[in-house]
Design a binder for this molecule. Structure first.
Ligand code: BGC
Length: 756
């Protein structure tokens, strides 16, 4: 605590301290005028400001603001430099309207495509989500406005979101659901962090000492203040004790009184409340200080940025040649999303913007020769045969048909999960009918999450724009007509059907308990592990040019603890237009060591987006440490990589690996091994600490072991497996008198070697 903060805290009465730890209203903390402590204003959200109009008493009556691509789209940029720019632009706007903390980025893991809030979140992959979040936070805070990563943690469904209990094992929590927050905190140093509504393994996130104190502050070094999601507080006293500093939006004094009472009765140590108040004050004063310098923003420039971000977020999923569109072609635009695109999701992140236009209007402004038939509405599933016939005729008469499809707002929103993964039937139907008469059919998708695409093999091209913000129309126009080259990549797998998804059988649970039974097998970890065909894999995205990889090399072929290696590769734009490649690095554990909970086939550990002119080549490098090879070990309660061989896979997507480079890893670290009479011989033979003495004993008693082991009666592999599974105590039965006699001494040696 700095001396000013310390002095202020000691000048506050107990009631004032408790009051400071909850909101004054929906968007502000409490001021303490007698001590000159101002209120701090916060505002949603992750992709644009939702700041309440001054003078309005309706928290949903927000000012006009720039709407940037929602998390789903921003993540598809695969570019932390871009989320950084977005964060900075948002920061400037926030400061100009007096907002000190913006409630974003939203970085929960996309466990199921059905989660109604996936459109706000970044990815199914924690590494990607973490890197993008850190960029966003750094950008925003460079403008003197605090960020607030949310919702901490394991908040991956909307069904009964305020009470559901996300249950998972320790490894899954640490390996999948926490790392994005860890990177956000370590690399972004956010001023604040928001806890989630749900429980995690039985304890509400708003009163969870493991998450809020031990991990967040203790392990990751978080120094800001924590706040509740709006209404996430269960037991306020327990919350403060666990490390939840600010309750939002407040409880009209009810919970403040409970805090006062708890301190008075001795149930809560006043020093704990002091710390919470101090952490809040620290940020309140910082924001007030930074707000002294005036801030402005340029709405036109920010709109241009929104368009650019949208261009970089569009993902070309498929292209058999219909794209880019060419001048002189007769092009039919079909589907109401061409006129009224969906570019953001419903709920707390909703931005009030009037600046979004559709691709049809953008085409008209650019004097493109396009015809338009509505075909189907953008806000509901409604089929009109006359419209269908007009659309099919227009498609037939054109050179290319572009269908603007997507999820209506009523299909996807905060507060509710989707019930299925389909587009409205009317859309699937019309796409199939148009594709039957027009081989150059292009589908443009507007959705915050994957949808089933049963017509994919019948159309030429698919461009996914996700929910790309107010620049969506202009960006779609530029991408369709080749004025911009698609460079987005899928931040999540697009499965063929809902039934293929990892948690299909468990999601969303009974709504009280959400069992994360699929464990670490989330997203591509699952589809790759099962070698399942998918519609489009993680990291996938096409371009109007091609990229060639060559000369991948490591600076050394063995990595040791505490050391790092650098992997370099050269990438060339082999086509005729400028384009950006996202070089992706996946690490695969090829050590063969058995892993409790299963070994994931590969995990993203690096990515870099590089812009290349035609023919231009550049070098991309990645630096790796032991942590990049590691999985989380519940035995060590820490990250661990087994010694042996790893594969470093470089490629254009998770399923388009271009070069694989082997790496050896040597380590002095061991997993704990408790030796007793029931430890299998296979475990002892696999561990360098115990292999020697066990081998010696087996060699010395090989005759007896052979007789007892069924040699000759069974295939060699079965004999080997029997030996592998044989517990030490079985030496008494099958090892002969020599082994039986040697067992006590052997046990002693093994225990010494493993220190137990
Ligand atoms: C949402 C948060 C949001 C808050 C304030 C909650 O319902 O879960 O993400 O920041 O409302 O609008």
């Amino acid at each position: 605590m700095s001396s000013t903060i310390e002095e202020l805290v000691s000048a506050l009465t107990l009631e004032e301290k408790a009051g400071l730890c909850s909101g004054q209203d929906f968007w502000r903390t409490k001021a303490v005028e007698r001590l000159g402590i101002p209120a701090l204003m916060v505002s949603d959200g992750p992709h644009g400001l939702r700041t309440q109009k001054s003078g309005s008493d309706n928290p949903n009556d927000s000012i006009e603001a720039v709407c940037y691509p929602a998390g789903c789209a921003a993540a598809a940029s695969f570019d932390p430099a871009l989320t950084r720019r977005m964060g900075a632009a948002l920061g400037r706007e926030a400061r100009a309207v007096g907002v000190g903390v913006v409630l974003g980025p939203a970085i929960n893991i996309k466990r199921s495509p059905l989660c109604g809030r996936n459109f706000e979140y970044y990815s199914e992959d924690p590494f990607l989500a973490g890197e993008l979040a850190a960029g966003f936070i750094q950008g925003m805070q460079s403008e003197g406005v605090g960020a607030c990563p949310k919702h901490f943690a394991a908040n991956s469904q909307e069904t009964r979101r305020m009470s559901a209990d996300s249950r998972m094992d320790e490894r899954t929590l640490h390996e999948i659901y926490l790392p994005a927050f860890e990177t956000a905190v370590r690399d972004g140093q956010p001023w604040t962090l928001m806890c989630s509504y749900n429980r995690v393994n039985g304890t509400y996130a708003s009163e969870n000492p493991l998450l809020l104190d031990e991990i967040l502050r203790g392990q990751w070094g978080f120094t800001g203040f924590t706040m509740s999601d709006w209404g996430a507080v269960n037991d306020r006293v327990r919350g403060v004790a666990a490390g939840l500093d600010l309750e939002m939006p407040g409880s009209g004094g009810v919970n403040d009184a409970k805090l006062v009472e708890a301190v008075r009765s001795g149930a809560l140590d006043e020093a704990v409340l002091d710390k919470a108040a101090a952490r809040i004050l620290n940020i309140v004063l910082r924001a007030a200080d930074l707000a002294k310098t005036s801030a402005t923003f340029d709405r036109t420039a920010d709109h241009a940025l929104a368009v650019q971000l949208a261009k970089e977020s569009g993902v070309l999923l498929q292209n058999l040649g219909a794209l880019p569109l060419r001048e002189g072609q007769r092009v039919a635009y079909i589907g109401a999303f061409a006129e009224t695109p969906r570019y953001q999701g419903g709920g707390s992140s909703h931005v009030n913007t009037g600046a979004a236009i559709g691709a049809l209007e953008a085409a008209r402004r650019n004097n493109r020769m396009v015809s338009y038939v509505e075909g189907f509405p953008a806000d509901r599933d409604q089929r009109d045969e006359q419209e269908f016939l007009r659309a099919v005729t227009a498609a037939e008469e054109a050179d290319v048909a572009v269908i603007f499809a997507g999820l209506p707002e009523m299909f996807e929103s905060e507060g509710a999960d989707r019930r299925h993964m389909r587009l409205p039937d009317c859309q699937n139907n019309l796409i199939a009918r148009v594709a039957a008469v027009q081989k150059n059919t292009v589908v443009v998708l507007h959705a915050g999450a994957p949808v089933e695409c049963p017509w994919a093999e019948d159309v030429s091209a698919v461009l996914c724009m996700y929910l790309a913000g107010e620049g969506i129309g202009e960006a779609t126009d530029a991408l369709l007509w080749g004025e911009a080259n698609p460079s987005g990549r899928l931040p999540e797998t697009w499965p063929l059907r809902l039934e293929d998804t990892p948690c299909y059988l468990d999601y969303p649970g009974d709504g009280l308990t959400a069992d994360y039974r699929e464990g670490v097998y989330v997203g591509y970890r699952w589809y790759d592990g099962r070698r399942m065909p998918v519609r489009w894999p993680f990291g996938h995205g096409l371009s109007y040019t091609g990229y060639v990889y060559r000369d991948a090399a490591l600076d050394k072929d063995t990595l040791t603890d505490g050391d790092s290696v650098t992997l370099r590769v050269r990438v060339r734009n082999s086509g005729a237009v400028r384009g950006a490649e996202v070089v992706q690095l996946y690490v695969s554990d090829a050590t063969g060591t058995p892993v409790a909970g299963g070994r994931v086939p590969q995990a993203l550990r690096g990515f870099q987006k590089v812009m290349l002119e035609p023919g231009q080549e550049c070098e991309v490098s990645f630096t790796l440490t032991a942590r990049d090879l590691s999985r989380y070990s519940a035995e060590l309660h820490d990250w661990y990589a087994a010694p042996g061989r790893y594969e470093l896979r470089l490629g254009h997507s998770s399923r388009d690996i271009r070069i694989t480079v082997p790496l050896q890893f040597k380590t002095e670290r061991h997993l704990p091994l408790t030796v007793d009479e029931n430890t299998p011989l296979g475990v002892l033979l696999a561990d360098p600490r115990t292999a020697g003495p066990v081998q010696q004993m087996l060699a010395a008693n090989s005759q007896a072991m052979d007789n007892g082991g069924g040699d000759g009666l069974m295939p060699p592999d079965a004999v080997a497996q029997m030996l592998d599974a044989m517990p030490l105590r079985a030496l008494v039965n099958f090892g002969g008198p020599g082994a039986a006699a040697a067992l006590p001494a052997l046990m002693k040696t093994l225990r010494k070697a493993t220190k137990n």
